[in-house]
Design a protein around this ligand. Structure first.
Ligand code: PMT
Length: 405
């Protein structure tokens, strides 16, 4: 759990005292822990306890902005690798299931794209109430994970299901979760292309596209975290190259083609998230083009399709292409998978808010050689990258590529 960022949301019930033990055990296991408390939670244990145990500021109020350079609930939402709501009351479960965001915890929960785990704790009859059951089902449908409460003696005097799972057990579940994601790609070399290409017209002008490189850089960063060796081929220099990545700087589609062909035999996986120009000026002027009366006509010629060329190789690695589409997503994605002989296509509808170019989030659908299609919700680009890499890992493990190629 070393250096994993865990955001613990503590809501008000007697089990808050167990959340203090949970904080301590998470910190001892190497995690970085930040805590948000609801107003009711503060009735049971003071924020100072959590501050001392986590060695971080504790957040209780949406409007108490501790650092003027960031908005706290968005900053915490983005910081987290995992959000734990423990103990989770019927109230917070109900609010979240209905999209209510009226305090620091609920605004952060709606803003995060990290996985959220909910550990309920309440009276047995509350836990079995149809409204609570329905809200839990709704949240499970949204992809939230639950750490089920235990049966036993409850603070209200009843015996039944509703005790917060023991802190040791929660820590062991969290450790397991991170372990399954760490080093699963060790032994793999992944070649990733990121960002736009730039096609020179003359020494001062070029043709490019809206790609920022964020999606490809997120893939590189997450792949390294999962233990892979990464070769990143990109024209982008405005982003920080992730640590431990071999960076190959290119400019044009032709440069990218050369860099990929020079390196593809080192790679067991290639992910082509770059937005490559399909055309380039047939001639590049040696001198700056001077303006004249009338229109300027530039003749364009096709660039090489790198993904298509890779798909023809006998020794092709596991090949993942992207598809940036504005219509007929399914049709074009399946056809790219087939035509370019890829093992997976990651399609994004770049007309959707939160998807595609420039932003920090994406909404993608994976199309796989075994005819499976998997839709991912709106996630941060890092979280999207994690999901793509996990899917590649699963496919390689199950031999999907070998079975179908
Ligand atoms: O960089 P960001 O701002 O984070 O934005 C991310 C993104 C929108 C660029 C990314 O998610 C994405 O969709 N990348 C692929 C963009 C693209 O060029 O798609 P395409 O449908 O035109 O190409 C299909 C595939 O063929 C891609 O894998 C592309 O890299 C590859 N290709 C295309 C043309 C070419 N000459 N050679 C190629 O290898």
């Amino acid at each position: 759990m070393l250096n994993k960022n865990i955001l613990l949301c503590v809501t008000g019930g007697i089990a808050v005292y167990k959340a203090a033990a949970l904080t301590s055990k998470l910190v001892q296991a190497g995690a970085k822990v930040k805590v948000i408390m609801s107003k009711s939670a503060c009735q049971f244990v003071t924020p100072l306890t959590f501050q001392a145990l986590s060695r971080n500021d504790v957040y209780t109020d949406t409007f108490d902005e501790k650092h003027p350079e960031v908005i706290a609930h968005i900053d915490l939402a983005d910081w987290a690798d995992l959000v734990l709501v423990a103990p989770a009351t019927a109230n917070v479960i109900g609010k979240l299931a209905n999209g209510i965001a009226d305090d620091m915890i609920t605004t952060t929960l709606l803003a995060t794209t990290a996985p959220v785990w909910i550990a309920p704790a309440m009276n047995v009859h509350m836990y079995n109430h149809p409204a609570v059951i329905k809200n839990i089902e709704t949240l499970a449908g949204f992809g939230y994970q639950f750490v089920e409460p235990n049966e036993g003696y409850l603070a209200c005097g009843y015996v039944g299901k509703g005790r917060l799972e023991e802190p040791e057990k929660i820590v062991s579940l969290v450790t397991n979760y991170f372990q399954t994601q760490t080093n699963i790609l060790s032994g793999q070399t992944i070649l990733i292309t990121a960002g736009p290409t730039k096609e020179m017209i003359d020494p001062v002008r070029y043709l490019t596209n809206r790609s920022s490189g964020k999606m490809g850089y997120a893939l590189a960063e997450e792949a390294v975290k999962m233990g892979a060796k990464v070769i990143l081929v990109s024209s982008v220099d405005s982003l920080t190259t992730p640590k431990d990545v071999q960076f190959v700087k290119i400019t044009s589609a032709e440069d990218m083609y050369q860099a990929v062909m020079d390196n593809y035999q080192k790679a067991s996986i290639i992910i082509k998230s770059a937005a490559v120009a399909d055309y380039r000026p047939k001639e590049i002027s040696n001198q700056k083009l001077k303006k004249k009366d009338g229109n300027l006509i530039i003749e364009f010629e096709r660039t090489k399709d790198i993904l298509l060329e890779l798909g023809k190789k006998e020794d092709k690695p596991f090949l993942v292409g992207f598809a940036a589409e504005t219509e007929k997503i399914d049709e074009y994605a399946w056809s790219k998978l087939e035509r370019k002989n890829a093992d997976m296509i990651v399609a994004n509808d770049v007309t959707k808010a939160g998807a595609g170019f420039e932003g920090d989030t994406n909404i993608v659908t994976l199309y796989k050689k075994n005819h499976e299609k998997k839709e991912l919700p709106l996630l941060s680009k890092n979280q999207t990258a994690k999901e793509i890499l996990l899917e590649i890992y699963r496919d390689l493990k199950e031999g999907v590529k070998n079975a179908n190629s």
